[in-house]
Design a protein around this ligand. Sequence first.
Ligand SMILES: Cc1cc2nc3c(=O)[nH]c(=O)nc-3n(C[C@H](O)[C@H](O)[C@H](O)COP(=O)(O)O)c2cc1C
Length: 441
Amino acid sequence: MTDRQLHLNAFLMGVGHHEAAWRHPRTEARRVLDVKHFQELARTAERGKLDSVFFADNLATGPRVRNNAPAIFEPITLLTAMAAVTTHVGLIATASTGYNEPFNLARKFTSLDHISGGRAGWNIVTSGGVDEAANFGYDEVPDHAGRYDRAAEFVDVALALWNSWEENALVLDAESGVFADSDKVRPIDHKGPRFAVRGPLNSPRSVQGRPLLVQAGSSESGKDFAAKYAEAVFTAQRTLAEGQQFYRDLTSRLARFGRRPEHLKVLPGIVPYLASTEAEAIALEAEFTDLISPEYSLRQLSWMLGTDLSTHSLDSPLPELPPIDKIRGNKSRYQLVKNLAESGDLTVRQLIGLLGGGRGHRTFAGTPEQLADDIELWFDGGAADGFNIMPPYLPGSLDLFVDEVVPILQQRGLFRTEYTETTLRGHYGLDSVPAPITASN
Ligand SMILES: Cc1cc2nc3c(=O)[nH]c(=O)nc-3n(C[C@H](O)[C@H](O)[C@H](O)COP(=O)(O)O)c2cc1C
């Protein structure tokens, strides 16, 4: 037995993470538009005592819609519907700092936190897609450093708004007619390079005070941003050594911001194909790979690498790629995919097969016991505080994880058998009243 406990987040996407999941007989494609499907997934995650469920988001569909459209519902809206049928599981929504205003977004997260009884989390993204930029009046993606500067000011404003209502500002005294103590509800008077916000927020302080702050960018600016603000980090590390290196790097940055390693949980992603034998699991993964549409995958790959591959031969290696400083979008995914292609000397066809399950996240094909071993290895080996579980097809592979893998982790004393807390911050072992964030630079 060990005191340290795993944190498990179910990263949900449509009817599965695999880009061809909707074509496989184990799924029902129509359910991508069925709120009951998502409510059932939330209940399944709660049955497994998972810390949280999470939705990614993109603010564009672009030309990829012919073969797949993974993020159909707006995440905060969808998670609110999931909050209504659950009591414990955390609810993490992706929202962009590039294409929102802090006041509107802070209010939405406060609403989700009130409605869910303290279970809201925000995956803070800067939005690096060219199709996204085109939906908000930009000819090209705003530059990388500028996006992170905007993200920092955005989060500072949101934090100030969440603090604009003191804890006991809501009085609700019918006798005296005092609804709220106006001395405890203050303007924030923010005037910065990008935002001017008077405040206060038009919603009382929520159960957690503010949502759990999550981040998933792994470039140098992304890691600094995470070290300053994030309480959980989602990341795509493919090998144990890379995972350990990332974990060390990220946690070593915390002290600069007056934070300690226990203030931040690192959760690498994993796409699990589970079966009763390893051979069956490998065969199952191959069934999904066979359904990949090269046209779709090439578009995805072109986007990740900042290089047009639409006319490139599938059976050749990648062409020469631009240097990383020319990548305006997602730098860490570019680096990951480039390394993957070069280290295995892969053709484009082999590469898109490997990326189909989780867009660069690690895939795992094996038995529940083997997956539990792998999770334990990373957890004990200094590479993870938990995992972002990315079911390749839904609902089946989430059911399998919850019913077959979670009990093994529980037997090994690595994962809770009951919820001991009611809030998302509580599940992640964080203080209920967030410490003020201080920055040394
Ligand atoms: C697990 C995971 C989930 C992510 N989800 C989103 C998302 O929903 N929307 C988005 O725009 N970016 C998403 N990203 C990308 C990052 O948040 C980040 O924007 C990207 O890595 C670019 O930052 P970087 O250049 O610092 O790496 C995700 C990344 C990871 C690892």
